[in-house]
Ligand binder design. Sequence first.
Ligand code: NAP
Length: 599
Amino acid sequence: MTTELEIGLYIFMLAGFLGYHIITRVPPLLHTPLMSATNAIAGISLVGSLVVAGANYGPLSTILGFIAVTCSTTNVVGGFLITDRMLSMFKRSEEQTAQPRRVPFGRVLVTLIVLGAGVIAFLYWFQQRGEGPEWMVHPRLHAETLKYSYILSSALFILGLKGLSSPKYARKGMQAAAFGMLMAVVGTLFHPEIVTYKWIILGIIIGSIVGGTMGLRIPMTAVPQRTALSHSLGALAACLVGISEYFRHHGVLSAVVMIPLGFEVVVGGLTFTGSLMAAAKLQELLPGHPITYKGQNLLNFSLLAVIVGSLIYLVIAPATPVVFQVMVALSFVFGLLLVIPIGAADMPVVIALLNSYGGLADASMGFVLMNKIQIITGSLDGTSGFLLSLLMCRAMNRSVVNVLFGAFGKVEKEKSDQGAEAKGSVRSIFPEEVTALLEDVRSVIIVPGYGMAVAQAQHGVAELAKLLMQRGINVKYAIHPVAGRMPGHMNVLLAEANVPYDQLYGMEQINPYFPEADIALVVGANDVTNPAAKNDRNSPLYGMPILEVDRAKSIIVLKRSLRPGFAGVDNDLYYDPKCMMLFGDAKESLNKLFAALKS
Ligand code: NAP
C-alpha cells in the first residue's frame, strides 16, 4: 500500500519538475518580481504556523506558533504587495499613461487587516460562546474544507507563477495566487485542532502591519534587502514550527518524522541567519566586502559535519533534547559563517540559493505535518531559487561553488591602482560638452548599472531619454542580466521611472546594435561593460558575457571616480580613446545634462 510519505515524495518531485518547466519560461525582465512572488508563496508556512499557534499543544508551542504566524504573515502580505507594485509598473509604450498608478497605502492595508481579522473574529466569537453552528463543528466539514481549499490554492499558485511568463498576464496571475493564499489560510482556520484564535489574530495583525508597510513603502532600490529579510522570516517560521513539533512530542518521533523535522530546523535555522546577514550586507549595515580568515572553509565544513552528525544521532536516538538544541544552535551559527565570506554583489545568488533552501524547509515542514500544499509550494520555491541562482552564475560565467567559497570581489587595491597607471590616461568631459555631442547624434544606447540604483538616478535617466526621443534620437536601453544587485534589478527601476519595457533590450538583443550607436551612455555600470571579460585571460571577469559598449562610436561613462566595480577589477573601457568620463554622482550629472540640453 502506498504510504503518506510515498505520496508526499511523488508530489514533491512532480511539483519540482512543474516548477522547472514554468520558471524557465519567466523572462529575465520579470526575475525580480519572480523572487518576491516565490517569497510570498513561501509564506504558505503560515498554514502550519496557524495550527501550532491555535492548537492546545502547550505554552511553548503557542509562543513559537505565534511568532511563526507573525513572520509568515509578514512574508505573505509584504511579498504579494511588493510583487503587485512592481508588476503594475511594467508597461509597453502604448500602455504608458502620464501618471503612474498610486497605491492607496492606508486603504489597502486597513482592508487587508479588517478582512483577515474579521474572519478570525467570527470564528473566535462562536468558539467563546461554546457552541458552534452545525456546519462549523462537523468534523467532516473541517476535513473537506481543508482538503478542497488546499487543492484549489495549489492550482492557483501554479497558475500565478505561470502568469509570470509574460508581463501582460503577470499581475492577474499573482492576484490569483494571492487569492489562493487567502483560501488556504481560511481553509486552515477550520482545522479541527485549532482551539483558540487569540494568538492567530494578534500574529496576523502584527504581520499585516509590518508586511504591508514593507510591501508598500520600501523603495524599489531596496528590493534586494527586503527579499533577503523576507526569506529570513519565512525560514524562521519553518524552524520554529519544527522546534515546536519536536518538544510537543518530547522527542519521541519515528525516523520518518525525525528526518524531515531535522532538515526543517537545520535548513530553516541556517537560512534565517544567512538571509539576515545578506540583508545587512545589502543595506550596508555590515561591510559589503568578503570577510575571510585562515581555515575558514575547514571550519565551515567541520561545523556542517557536526550538524549532520547530530541529525543522524537524533534519527537513531530522537529523545535527546540536548543534541537537538545543539544542532539548532549550530545551524544558526552556520548560516552566519556561510555568508560572511561572500561579497555584497554576490548576495543575489546567495538570496536565490537561500530562497531555495527556504523552500526545502517549507517542504520538510509539509512532510512533518503531512500537509501537501506545503510540499508543493516548498518544491516550487526550491526549484525557482535554485534555477535563478544557476542563471545568475551562468550570466557571470562563474560556478555556484566559486560564489559561495571564492570570496569574489575582495578588492586588491594596490593591484588595481598599479593596473590603472599602466593602462594610460582617461579623458574626462563636462556636462556642457556632452550636451554638444548629443546635438549631432541619431542613436543612443543607455547602459544602466548598480551606480544608477545607488544614485537613484532612474528618473533622471528616463527624463533624459524622453528628451532625446522628442528630438528624434533613437534611444534604446541595454540591460545586462546581472547589472545591479538582483537579477532584473534594472528592469524594475526603469519600470518605476515609467520606461516602457519594449525599450529595454537584453544583452543578446542589444549587442549587435552597439556598432551603429553614436553614443553609448553608461550610467553607473562597470563590470558588465569591462572588455577584459573578452580580451584578458588573466582577468577574474574573463569569460563573463558583457554588453559590448566598446563597439559603440563613442562612449560616455557617468560615475564618480575610476574606482572599480564589485569585481574589484580596473575597467579597460575607460582607457579607450573613444571613451569620455563624466565624473560625479549619476543623478547630479543627469540633472546637469538635462538642464543644459533644455536650455
Ligand atoms: P558594478 O560593477 O558593481 O559597478 C557599479 C559602479 O557604479 C561602480 O564602479 C561605482 O563607481 C558606480 N557608482 C556607485 N555609486 C554611484 C553614484 N552615486 N553615481 C554614479 N556612479 C556610481 O555594477 P554593474 O556594472 O551593475 O555590475 C554588477 C556586478 O554585480 C557584477 O560584477 C555582477 O557580476 C555582480 N552581481 C550581480 C548580480 C545581479 O543579480 N544583479 C548577482 C551577482 C553578482 P564609482 O564608485 O566610481 O562611482
